[in-house]
Design a binder for this molecule. Sequence first.
Ligand SMILES: [Fe+2]
Ligand SMILES: [Fe+2]
Length: 398
Amino acid sequence: MASRSAFRSAAFLCASLPRGINRRSSPADRPTLITMTSNVDTSSRMVISKKACVPPREVQEQITHSMPPQKVELFNSLEDWANDNILIHLKPVEKCWQPQDFLPDPAAETFNDEIKELRERAKEITDDYFVVLVGDMITEEALPTYQTMLNTLDGIRDETGASLTSWANWTRAWTAEENRHGDLLNKYLYLTGRVDMKQIEKTIQYLIGSGMDPGTENNPYLGFIYTSFQERATFISHGNTARHAKEHGDLKLAQICGIIASDEKRHETAYTKIVEKLFEIDPDGTVLAFADMMKKKISMPAHLMFDGRDNNLFEHFSLVTQRLGVYTAKDYADILEFLVGRWKVGELTGLSGDGKKAQDFVCTLVPRIRKLEERAQVRAKPRGNMRFSWIFDRELML
Ligand SMILES: [Fe+2]
Ligand SMILES: [Fe+2]
């Protein structure tokens, strides 16, 4: 789950970068010495910067447009295929669930009673569960970033914001479906009264302002491998929060997490189908892309998370999700194993020399990751406690 991004958390000097790597998207002519908004000292005390518009987390090295331009045509030629095979995995709005289906109805006379019941149920839930649920909700709420990410991809981007290509229709409708996830979790968490909504709202604003660095390089091969992985990761994670909610006796919350997980599963089906098609048309290019993404490691969408206080918030949140078994290093290896099998990577034939090397790399990666993880667990030291602003600075074991 480690990200390859390097953050600057203090004043830094701009170094010259190799060709093909974007130096930074924001003004390259800035003074060489740059002070960041997120200059947070190690004692976690927030320092207000004068440069309020600079993202709190900046990604430094970003490779762009790595797909050869002639391959754009391949995605154009898949327009009809995507229409017939991918758009069918979307649900018509009239058949979709909406957040309101799972929340107290503000127009009903029973509203106050329903809120009371919701809050009673929430009392049985632990702080560490809430931290995980808040982190999941914040991840969902950074949806503008994910739509932007899809629209960075050459050959499939929504060129106008209302383009009628199958790819653009998919991206907008996918975004619209995903929008219900953050909305539902946000409203639910607000009603529980258990979490510090202002701190959460700040974290969302910081995160959207920072963006993300999935390492997809405007390349739809990389992009769709990334989204295949991520949709399965969120399916697993929401499925596990549903299971925990049930164990805490909150069946309604279990239902909320479960219904979100089922959307993620449907989205995973669509994205893995796209990559399956790419393997069919261009096995060499696709296996190279798969190996490339796995060498970089799949970074989590909210890896630039910041609440204005904790400089390692994402890492701390991840440690809690790991401890609760909501999303673990084992899940990372399991997802990879699933994708290797789903795309029958081991059975590819007719590959180039580099393609064969990539195939070997991907097919032998799962046992290597599992072994590394076992060793890391043996060496793991107690990590101590951490205060989370999302739960009014109460302390949790990491
Ligand atoms: Fe989602
Ligand atoms: Fe999703």
